[in-house]
Design a protein. Sequence first.
Lengths: 288, 497
Amino acid sequence: MIAPAPGDPDYPERLHDLADPPGRLFVREPVDAERLRALLAPPLVAIVGSRSASAAGIAFASRLAGELAASGVGVVSGLARGIDAGAHQGALDRGGRTVAVLGCGVDRDYPSATVPLARRIAVDGAILSEYPPSTPPAPFRFPERNRIVAALADATIVIEAAARSGALITARLALDLGRDVLAVPGAPWQSGAEGTNLLLKDGALPLTGAADALVALGFDPGTTRDDDPAVDGSARKVLAALRREPASADVLAARCGLTSSAAAALIAELELKGLLVRELDGRLVPTA
Amino acid sequence: MLTRAHAFALTGLDATPVEIEVYTSLKPKNPCFTIVGLPDKALQEARSRIRSAAFAAGVDTVESLLLVNLAPAEVRKEGAGFDLPIALAVLAGHGAVDERLVDEVAAVGELAFDGRLRPVPGILSIAEAAVRAGRPVLLCPVECAAEAALVPGCQPLGCESVQHAVRVLRGESQPTTPTASPSGPLVVAPDLADVRGQPGARRALEICAAGGHNLLMIGPPGVGKTMLAKRLPGILPPLNDEQALLATRIHSAAGVLPAGAGLVRVPPFRAPHHSATTPALVGGGTRIRPGEATLATGGVLFLDELPEFRRDALEALRVPIEDGVVRISRASGSVVLPSRFSLIAAMNPCPCGGGGPQGCTCPRERVIAYQRKASGPLLDRIDVGVRLERPAPEVLRVDRPETTTVVRERVCAARDRQYARGVVNGLLPVDLLEHVAPLSGECTQLVDEAVRRLSLSPRGIHRIQRVARTIADLAKSDAIAPAHVAEAIAVRLGAIA
């Protein structure tokens, strides 16, 4: 296992921006020094947010991470459930770079919900921690870990967050370091929008798509935008109806004048293309 | 002197012949009445009923020595059905009836103290065993005669009492002819058109009825989950002769068949309470009885409030759902009972039920945990999932529910296509899937995409393929179109939290 300390050539230089840089950086096997350097090379963004985010929020995180990864931007996050996991997943699915920073030893299977994802990241990305192996997770370690996430990235993106949350701590740490903070605006009645709207009021940059992040990183977003996967007439109509207002399958069918069976087929088509997700209450929500 | 009679022991759904030998001594030093050959409590108590009934028939056995042997000795004998054959052998031993007449027939029935006969469960299985054993003439209670007559070759003689049975044997009296028709009354299931504003759920029900698939309904209390489930038997085709005979045999053996009801033609609807134990659901107990999974054969097993069921009970249902049979193992051997049913499960979307005026008030994590825990043991056995909510006004405005008759016609047409192929889609074996439900390139692409997005298991893929076959059958299409696969994926997605 490699564990660069300050002064080592493999120790990320950006961590020196911190007032209290980590004493060592433990890396889960089998990542070697060369691979770690490649994974931590700029440009990197941090994508963070709520553990109990909505299905639509998680899908957005995945899509955003995927599009950024496809443009060569690496994704740093904390491997928590919800937005973090969605971001890692999205980057991996597009063959991009992703790095997870843990609040416990890198050999711990924590949190249990993301164990399969962690095994993928350990091979195709990297899992880091400042804590020696076998250190158990503890509440005070997560905010400490967040400073590393903020310091490694050129910019921090917050997708859904409560008013008092770890994601907001990461965002404030990023501001302290002079890094850009981007936040996804939401309607005031959406529970996950409280924290991001607070950040926007404090001067964070609004983000509604990958292009906003690319502009903040100094890229020309013009050529990197993903096109919508092709959808035909009635699927487009269904998507448009959901963009006006998310609805259950029955309501959607009624609004579009479709039979249950025709609506179900269109919903599956859109869902498989990643253009809509089901919330826990059965409502269908477009992801873009 | 030694006299003989013939009876049957019921184990699960099968009856085995039992030979009854009675040694009678009319002038013993010590009068007694002993039954050997693994009788249960009810059969031990037969001694009092037989003595009293014999007295009513004019034979006093109080001074006699009676030794009753039930062979084969190692088979357990249970229930009051042995009363009549033992009593006939006892009467023959006292010279009240010719022993050869008693030896020629089979007999079954419980005795009252005044000699009247009471019906017993399992007549259909007993009649079948009687024909197999070469004793097609079966003396039985009048209430059981109609049921026994359903078995080809069986000649049931319905008797009012043991006195009547003796006269019938001597040829002095006619047996009482059963009055009930051989086809049971068709109980009319409530109409599907009553369920307004749930078009998606009605469609899901139709798919399940057409292909014999398993359905999970998720929705707050009072939106119509139970209403829908109760309407499923109505849209199923009536049982054919073979299915009806099997269902009747099961219901008869479990003692839940009303007397004189005739063949069970309506698909059974079983709705066990969520406090049901594992033996109650899949069968078992010291005396092996069919459980709800077997009683639902040919029809519907409805599990309302799925998360409230005991986990071990649900686990025990996994094999019956997959294999269509229940295996109950005992030290003395194992019993295999049929259990081919459509599973319909219903549950609330979250711990609070979501039925309050503000809807659900549960934290998100608890909702996820609840849905996972609830459907966990059975989730990969579910083909179709559907969300129900309070019907929105805009849905009610355009929803035109079809009647049970209209839907049943489509279901029957789809089933006919399946019967022509030889097997119902829900039970299609994996090795036949490629032959019966081949997927075009475009369809395979859809399935692959679903596998990638949903990390489906191979079993999950097969379930989608079976449901797609059913949707194509409902559309009277020989080939499975991409739209059919897409709908199958959509209804499968509804089952996953």
